[in-house]
Design a protein around this ligand. Structure first.
Ligand code: NGQ
Ligand code: ZN
Length: 475
């Protein structure tokens, strides 16, 4: 069953113009927690009506606790297939850079069919944990060894197909990748699968914009892989052309993830990566800076003031030995954030937010550091920030259960032990801080149920295909 079939099956049961008529014991609305909430979804897949203190309509579904669906702001889908395969110590000390060599070896074998099967399984798993959309930072562009596919956008089209099959919302960002180091150093042989001319990347953006034009659950944008992979001239040329076509489209870039990257940037330019980027690119609220781990206090202030979003990926950052984001000072400066699962060693919003807070607790030896003010729940604050920042960075407004927004929501099952007796924000704190079992019961994207009772609606078919692909890859 693909995404379209899921929708057709559902519309068939309801009267014309309404895709779903739902009732929740409680729901997190823009105004806060509300009880006895009746929600109608229009045939366009957007919320048509949200009524607190209501009675359930006769025949309408009754559910537990509704919270807005969250955007996963950073994904390289293919890396999911390597999770757990890079944890054996190598001959020298293992680092981000030795991991990257292993990743390049793995990438060398992947076909478009492999990537589609891996991405579909990943997206189904992300949905099961409560992400309703994903920003795919797409740089595995060319065939093994280099060259071009007949359709140079093939890999990106496969990612879009995977998102449709799983039923997850998507922002597809083709990533400009031109160089192997600061200042335009020639790419390494292993990077031939990623590189192309600036004009080719701009064609990718145009093609993905066309492919998603009539799809309210998908859109395209632009990524710049990193300041290591894009020289200042290429950056200027790309941004000028992109802005002519898409004045408000999202722009994402990896920045300042590793100390070595900071040192190389300083040696090249005299400035640190975040400092250089803010001084040399028009960073504003359409931008999302991925990781931004290593910042001094001036960079923290300037980044927060730009209105851009910090795309934080705590489980991958921990796995790769990156370091800790400057969270307290960034939040004090009113910085915006979102979370992503990046290499997919974690799959859940709760897992990312928990590690974000725990990293700070471990280093600062204190508690509830993200909450900001007395009386505020840590889980609520983190979820509010990630919903708002995720929606901003995705270029697809949402992250709210409100009339007119896409009907993306997550139903937490309050019959489970971990949520027993929890009220209001305690539900969110229990979701994040009570362990690994996910209380996500059902998930809706654009008005379609894609997860029911903890299972993806096409779980078995997706897993069969994934198993075939992985068995062949790993033999
Ligand atoms: C990536 N991943 O593009 O997959 C990168 C590693 C690089 C993360 N930065 C490659 N987590 O940065 O050169
Ligand atoms: Zn990344």
């Amino acid at each position: 069953m693909d995404g379209r079939d899921i929708g057709a099956a559902l519309v068939g049961n309801l009267h014309f113009g309404v895709m779903a008529d739902l009732f929740f014991r409680s729901a997190l609305l823009p105004t806060g927690w509300a009880a006895s909430v009746r929600i109608t979804v229009g045939s366009d897949g957007a919320f048509a009506d949200v009524e607190p203190d209501s009675e359930p309509a006769s025949g309408s579904d009754e559910h537990g606790i509704a919270v807005p669906g969250m955007t996963n702001v950073h994904s390289h889908a293919f890396q999911r297939a390597m999770a757990g395969l890079t944890e054996v110590r190598g001959p020298e000390g293992d680092t981000f850079w030795t991991w990257r060599s292993r990743m390049y070896d793995f990438v060398a074998r992947l076909t478009p069919e492999d990537v589609e099967a891996i991405a579909t399984q990943l997206y189904a798993d992300l949905l099961r944990h409560g992400f309703t959309s994903v920003v795919e930072f797409h740089y595995l562009r060319n065939p093994p060894g280099g060259g071009r596919y007949d359709d140079p956008t093939l890999m990106g089209q496969r990612l879009l197909s995977a998102s449709r099959a799983a039923g997850i919302g998507m922002t597809l960002l083709p990533a400009v990748y031109r160089a192997s180091g600061f200042g335009g150093a020639l790419p390494e042989p292993a990077q031939e699968r990623f590189v192309a001319d600036v004009s080719e990347f701009l064609n990718d953006v145009a093609a993905f914009n066309r492919a998603t034009k009539d799809d309210p659950d998908r859109c395209a944008g632009l990524a710049l892989h990193s300041l290591r992979a894009v020289s200042p001239d290429d950056l200027d040329e790309t941004l000028r052309a992109y802005r002519r076509e898409v004045p408000e489209g999202p722009i994402h870039i990896h920045v300042a993830e590793q100390i070595r990257e900071v040192e190389e940037c300083l040696a090249w330019s005299g400035a640190r990566p975040v400092e250089w980027l803010l001084a040399n690119a028009p960073v504003d609220s359409t931008w999302c800076l991925i990781h931004a781990t290593h910042m001094n206090s001036a960079e923290v202030e300037a980044f927060a003031g730009s209105g851009a979003v910090a795309g934080l990926c705590p489980t991958t950052e921990a796995n790769l030995g990156d370091g800790l984001f400057e969270l307290p000072s960034y939040l004090a400066a009113k910085g915006r954030l979102a979370v992503g699962t990046d290499s997919h060693v974690g799959l859940s919003p709760a897992g990312e937010l928990r590690l974000l807070e725990y990293g700070q607790r471990l280093t600062l030896r204190a508690r509830n550091l993200s909450a900001g003010s007395p009386g505020v729940s840590t889980g609520r604050r983190l979820i509010d920030l990630a919903l708002e920042g995720g929606s901003q960075a995705s270029g697809r407004p949402g992250g709210q259960i409100a009339v007119g927004c896409r009907a993306d929501l997550v139903v937490l099952d309050d019959t489970l032990p971990c949520l027993t007796g929890r009220q209001g924000d305690e539900v969110l704190d229990a979701w994040i801080f009570s362990g690994d079992d996910t209380p996500v019961g059902d998930v809706m994207v654009g008005g379609r149920w894609v997860v029911r009772e903890c299972r993806h609606v096409d779980q078995d078919g997706i897993a069969d295909r994934y198993r075939q692909v992985m068995t062949a890859l790993l033999q």
